[in-house]
Design a binder for this molecule. Structure first.
Ligand SMILES: Cc1cc2nc3c(=O)[nH]c(=O)nc-3n(C[C@H](O)[C@H](O)[C@H](O)COP(=O)(O)OP(=O)(O)OC[C@H]3O[C@@H](n4cnc5c(N)ncnc54)[C@H](O)[C@@H]3O)c2cc1C
Ligand SMILES: *[C@@H]1O[C@H](CO)[C@@H](O)[C@H](O)[C@H]1NC(C)=O
Ligand SMILES: *[C@@H]1O[C@H](CO)[C@@H](O)[C@H](O)[C@H]1NC(C)=O
Ligand SMILES: *[C@@H]1O[C@H](CO)[C@@H](O)[C@H](O)[C@H]1NC(C)=O
Ligand SMILES: *[C@@H]1O[C@H](CO)[C@@H](O)[C@H](O)[C@H]1NC(C)=O
Length: 538
């Protein structure tokens, strides 16, 4: 059914370009009547400048593209929405929910557009669909006296960091390393970053929320109750409602912090060092976060290449204390005072995000990523150290790819102290670190299959070294290889294939909440939480 209507609609949209104007008006009817519905259902008037349809290809393409982070999903064959609506206020969002429901028009919600599989702006299972793009709902109010902030869904992580730092050198918030993530999608999936070992995830530090539910009502924490509030803090985006804003509890950071990056190649003993890191990094002082970025020394497959491991770190303290800790716990890395860069917390945000050290913090207000790729990524959680033999086998596969990319991210500290069921994010006590595997390329479809196959091969190899039953994965690193809701008809069995990996047994509680708050499954996508089937009377 969904497929049929998709064909029809795309034919129509295609045809109207070449046909007489009587056709044009007939085919733009959905778009016109939907706009009228929005206008009559919103308390605040809706300017035409918030409403985009393929009738104006230039502006439509440009707004679709604006935050689409994975170029793979901008290729011409990726399904396109029939309408993009960019609300300016909460009432506009309520109207969009009411009208989508009334028209039976599938709705996708986009905040920062960083979804790895683009479910916020591409539907592979239903057509036609509308994109509700919250990019213009991005105000941030920091209350330093209370130590809290409200951030609207379309604000980026970088903007939130900037606005906090503007008011205080000793406050921060623990969420993503990348500055262009939308807090709307990012925080619903967990939100980890360089302060996670000290303060946990973004979701561990959220105190309130505003959300539009499937009936178009605005709910805060008190109105929605603790069950739904629990589900929003890690259950993943797009399943329960439209997050309008998060209320964040700020954390205290020192006025000066220390960052460093130390790089080792295979020839410099990278394998043994990485073996040791697995035992040290998850157990070391909570203030110290040392991730490992793993790449190849050159993109030329015919060159004499090696694996390059970069130990990229934030210490919430001064260099003297850091050097003392490292000397005792991880002397093999050979950290020196010259490696240590003293900076402010906001300076560490820029450093870890990868900006050159001359960059002013105002760059964070642009809300733009440093670069965009065609990419595919997967994730794993590791509970026992991977042997040297395992690492040597990994390098063999690794060097078969032009631009292989992995990040190993240490857990422990605050992450291990939060109980597994406290939030839907279950990867807590006993997790040593998370691996993210990424394949990137720049030539569109040309080399795509080769890179995707390489990533699958790497993931298959790693299977025997990582968490099992289930093999866990991070919902914010969405991976459609793990399964999909088919044709918009969700079933528990189908969804368990990814649900148990992302949430372990918290998945069942998420299903319960979903069944209660959105029984007709209005908020749905390729990997949304399914409701239990409606019980029929006898
Ligand atoms: C370059 C890059 C770096 C990253 N770095 C990190 C990192 O350091 N730490 C980390 O934890 N993650 C990281 N991620 C993953 C990131 O957290 C997720 O991709 C996250 O979902 C992005 O949120 P978004 O709003 O930008 O994305 P979107 O694509 O807009 O949305 C993601 C999902 O949430 C839903 N959604 C969006 N807005 C709302 C809303 N307002 N209400 C309800 N549902 C909504 C969407 O429908 C979709 O399902 C990174 C991703 C990228 C591409
Ligand atoms: C299409 O949109 C652009 C940008 O908003 C605008 O400048 C242009 O006039 C529009 N074109 C038409 C034909 O409406
Ligand atoms: C999308 O935007 C980027 C950067 O602004 C640009 O390079 C690219 O050509 C655009 N792609 C499409 C399909 O419009
Ligand atoms: C390849 O490079 C490594 C160091 O980077 C070097 O030790 C080795 O001799 C080189 N091999 C060849 C065949 O050039
Ligand atoms: C920036 O880094 C360069 C080397 O990478 C260094 O020489 C310079 O002193 C740094 N500048 C600041 C302001 O830290």
């Amino acid at each position: 059914m969904a497929f049929r209507s998709s064909l029809l609609l795309s034919q129509i949209l295609f045809l109207f370009v070449a046909l007489p104007s009587s056709w044009t008006s007939a085919t733009s009817t959905i778009q016109q009547t939907f706009f009228r519905c929005l206008s009559t259902n919103s308390m605040n008037s809706i300017p035409l400048s918030t409403y985009y349809t393929p009738n104006n290809v230039t502006s439509f393409t440009s707004v679709l593209n604006s935050t689409a982070n994975n170029l793979r999903y901008l290729l011409p064959n990726a399904p396109k929405p029939v309408i993009i609506f960019t609300p300016l206020c909460e009432a506009h969002v309520q109207a969009a929910v009411l009208c989508s429901r009334r028209f039976g028009l599938a709705l996708r919600v986009r905040s920062g557009g960083h979804d790895y599989e683009a479910v916020s702006y591409v539907s592979q299972i239903e057509s036609p669909f509308l994109v509700l793009d919250l990019a213009r709902l991005r105000s941030i109010q920091v209350d330093i006296r209370r130590g809290t902030a409200w951030a609207q869904a379309g604000a980026t992580t970088g903007e939130v960091y900037y606005r906090i730092a503007q008011q205080s050198r000793v406050h921060g918030f623990p969420m993503g390393l990348c500055a262009s993530l939308g807090v709307g999608g990012h925080i619903t999936g967990g939100a980890y970053g360089s302060m996670m070992r000290m303060f946990g995830l973004g979701v561990d530090n959220v105190i309130d929320v505003r959300m539009v539910d499937s009936k178009g009502r605005i709910l805060d924490r008190k109105a929605m109750g603790e069950d739904l509030f629990w589900a929003l803090r890690g259950g993943g985006g797009g399943s329960f409602g439209v997050i309008l804003a998060w209320n964040l509890k700020l954390v205290n950071v020192p006025e000066t912090v220390t960052v460093f990056t130390v790089t080792k190649t295979l020839e410099q003993g990278a394998t043994k060092l990485l073996y040791k890191w697995q035992k040290v990094a998850p157990k070391i002082d909570d203030r110290l976060y040392i991730r490992v970025i793993i790449q190849a020394s050159s993109a030329d497959l015919t060159a004499n290449r090696t694996v390059v491991t970069s130990y990229n770190a934030l210490f919430l303290g001064d260099p003297d204390t850091l050097l003392r800790i490292m000397g005792k716990r991880f002397p093999e890395l050979g950290l020196t005072r010259a490696d240590c860069v003293k900076t402010s917390w906001i300076g560490s945000v820029l450093y870890i995000a990868g900006y050159p050290n001359t960059t002013a913090p105002e760059v964070l207000l642009q809300g733009k990523p440093l670069f965009r790729n065609y990419f595919k990524a997967k994730s794993d959680f590791v509970r026992t150290p991977i042997s040297v033999k395992g690492l040597l086998g990994l390098w063999k596969i690794y060097l078969q790819e032009e631009n292989p990319f992995m990040i190993w991210n240490p857990y422990g500290g605050a992450m291990a102290r939060v109980p597994e069921s406290a939030t839907p994010f279950p990867h807590r006590y006993g997790t040593l670190f998370k691996i993210q595997y990424v394949a990137t390329w720049q030539d569109g479809t040309q080399s795509m299959a080769r890179h995707m196959n390489w990533l699958t091969k790497l993931y298959n190899y790693m299977g025997s070294y990582v968490s099992k039953n289930p093999r866990e994965a991070y919902v914010n690193y969405r991976d459609l290889d793990l399964g999909m809701n088919k044709k918009g008809v969700n079933s528990l069995a189908e969804a368990s294939s990814w649900g148990l990996r992302y949430f372990k047994s918290n998945f069942y509680r998420l299903v319960q909440v979903k069944t209660r708050v959105d029984p007709d499954n209005f908020f749905r996508h390729e990997q949304s939480i399914p409701p239990l089937p409606v019980k029929r009377g006898r």
